[in-house]
Every structure is written in C-alpha cells, then in structure tokens.
Write a protein that binds this ligand. Structure first.
Ligand code: 5AD
Ligand code: FES
Length: 351
C-alpha cells in the first residue's frame, strides 16, 4: 500500500527506488515526522559508509564571465550591472597553494562559460595543479563544452566534473533558460562526461520558478537512473538583476528532505550541504549534514573578487578569508558531532 509517506520511505529504503508518481506523493505528503524518519535512515546510511567524516572541497571561482543567460543566475550575460573578472592562471595556482596549506585535497575550479578559458588555457593549469599536488583531486565545473574538450581536460588530469542538470523536465528547462539553450545538449554533456570516465555530479535547485512535486519527482527519477557520483542541490534564491527577482526562494526544509531521499537512493553519493543552503538559513549547512549530506565546499577564491561571483542575493562567505571559511566550517561541523577531514574524498564503491 503505497501512498502514506512511511510506507514509501520503507520501500525506498529496501529497494533504493520509487516510481516517479511515488516520489511526487512522498514529497506532497511529507510531514515533520516523515522527514525525521527519512533523515534518520539517510544519516544511518551515510554513517555506515562514511562515519562522521565530512569532506571539504576548496572552491575556486575563477571567472564570473558567462556567455549564457539562464533566467535564474546573477552571472547571466544580460546582467550588465555586474563587474566581471577572471583570474589569471597564476592566481588560480596561488589559490590552490593556499588551499593545499589549509588541508584541501580537492580543488573545484568553477566558472561561468567564459570563452577565454579554452583547452589551451586550462590544460596547463590542470597539469600544474596535478603535478604540484599529486595527492589531490581536481574537479571542474565549467558548464557545457564539446566532448573533445571534456576528453582533453580529463587527459590533462581532471578527475571530476560538476554539471547540474538543473531540471529533468524538458518544459521546465525551457522556462528556466533562454531559447538558445538546449535540454538535450545538457543531458548529452552529462552522458559524455560519464563515458569519458569522470566522476560526475548532476543536480538542481529546489524551489526554482515553475517547479512542483512533479518536476522534482522527475529529477529524483533521473538521478536514480543516471547514478551520479555527486549530486549538488540547493535552494533557488532570487537575484535582484534577473527576471526571477520577485520569485520566492526555495526552502531549507524541502532541500533537506530531498537530500535525505537522495542519500537513501544512492547511499555512497557525495552530497554537499551547499552554500545556497547556508545562505537561506543560518544553520542550513549543519541541517544539510544532519539530513544526510557529507560534503561542504568552503570558498578559496581571493577575497577581493568574491562578492562578484554573485549567483544569487546575499551569498554568504563573501567577506571572509579562505582560512576563516575553513575554520568556520570545521567549528560548525564539530558543533553537530562531525569532523571535516583532509582527504581526497572519493565516493566509496559499494560491494
Ligand atoms: N539560486 C540558487 N542557485 C543558483 N544557481 C544559479 N543561480 C542560482 C540562484 N539564483 C546554481 C545553479 C548552477 C550553480 C552553479 O548554481 O544550479 O548550476
Ligand atoms: Fe565561510 Fe563560515 S564557511 S564564513
């Protein structure tokens, strides 16, 4: 008898799967009690595989220049009020150096789709990081590129790639993006990244305009079948210079509920408690960990440009030094009985 949240949660726990309609039902019918049960089961899975360890990733936001015009994003091309920047290869390497000293063993190079960063520019940077810090993983988050480019960056030493699918519903995708952007191409990129051999992360925003339980159920079903190594989800937060400026933000509560669902579905998945979650609620990242997340991504970008990587309004950590963010998260994790660890933090492979 599916329908009541508890029986759906048990089914999810036993089979790691639900029908799309059941995911929608689980979300629609959720209560504080069912969220509690779900979080308890999710945390048990996470503890079984990762104990109390929380992996840290050093995030280097190396360019806020973007050719795209996603309706939700503060970096969109049409936002002419934003002061644009790009770090030089030397500055990126200097961030990595600071990060290594602070104990980071994964560097996430994230940026807008900036035509300056061709393979010719990126390959030496990736090679140099891998040469200087062979014990580190390099994660790229550079949006949509050609298969050849993904392959070349992989061959240069990149280990992982984050490309949120944003929404698994074609119609919804078209409401969030301008006509030039293609749902099919995004999905193709994700498949290619996986085929090449990257550890791949997909993900979506919670509470993006036009999203209902139906779209979320599709996202969950997509994640169930795609089986990403990582999954980034965080609340949508409006940005004042975008067409979605007056739309309501997503909630920490639903984000945490979905983190728990994803943990139960894919027990070994690397699941960050995102900066957006920490922005929407002062203890959002702690809540995310307590819902089943196991990764946090403190900022390693130079402080001088941090405010300019403004995906959404009121983004946290734009005034702090890298060491402060690192320390702050360590304290926050300790406050809830977890510890941040210095490790590459690859996903465990379940037997
Ligand atoms: N609110 C929350 N998340 C956002 N992102 C972009 N704009 C926003 C926003 N307004 C997310 C997208 C993107 C990632 C880098 O940041 O999901 O993939
Ligand atoms: Fe950046 Fe807390 S994590 S200040």
């Amino acid at each position: 008898m599916s329908g009541n949240p508890e029986s759906l949660i048990r089914k999810l726990q036993e089979t790691r799967s639900l029908e799309e309609a059941e995911f929608a039902e689980l979300i629609r019918q959720r209560t504080p009690e069912s969220a509690r049960l779900l979080a308890d089961l999710a945390v048990a899975e996470r503890k079984r595989l990762y104990g109390n360890d929380v992996f840290i990733r050093g995030l280097i936001e190396f360019t806020n220049i973007c050719r795209n015009d996603c309706l939700y994003c503060g970096l969109r091309r049409s936002n002419t009020a934003l002061v644009r920047y790009r770090l030089t290869p030397e500055e990126i390497l200097s961030c990595a150096e600071d990060g290594y000293t602070l104990g980071f063993r994964t560097f996430v190079l994230q940026g807008g789709e900036d035509g300056y960063f061709t393979d010719e520019v990126l390959i030496p940077v990736i090679r140099e990081i891998k040469k200087r810090y062979p014990d580190c993983a390099v994660t790229l988050s550079l949006g949509e590129r050609s298969r050849e480019s993904y392959q070349a960056l992989y061959d240069a030493g990149a280990d992982r790639y984050l490309l949120r699918h944003e929404t698994a519903d074609r119609g919804h995708y078209a409401r969030l993006h301008p006509p030039g952007m293609s749902f099919d191409h995004r999905m193709q990129c994700l498949r290619e990244l996986k085929e090449i051999g990257y550890q791949v992360g997909c993900g979506f925003m919670v509470g993006s305009p036009g999203q209902t339980e139906k779209e979320l159920a599709k996202d969950l079903k997509f994640i169930e079948t795609f089986r990403p190594d990582m999954c980034g989800i965080g609340p949508f937060i409006p940005h004042h210079q975008t067409p979605f400026r007056d739309m309501p933000a997503g909630s920490a509560e639903l984000t945490c509920f979905l983190l728990s669902v994803i943990r139960l579905m894919l027990p070994a998945v690397l699941l960050p408690a995102t900066t957006a979650l920490g922005t929407i609620h002062p203890r959002g990242r702690e809540m995310g960990i307590l819902a089943g997340a196991n990764v946090v991504m403190p900022n390693l970008s130079p402080r001088s440009i941090r405010k300019q990587y403004e995906l959404y309004d009121n983004k946290i950590c734009t005034g702090e030094e890298s060491a402060q963010c690192r320390g702050c998260l360590e304290t926050r994790m300790e406050s809830i009985g977890y510890r941040t660890v210095t490790a590459r933090g690859d996903a465990v492979r379940e037997a």
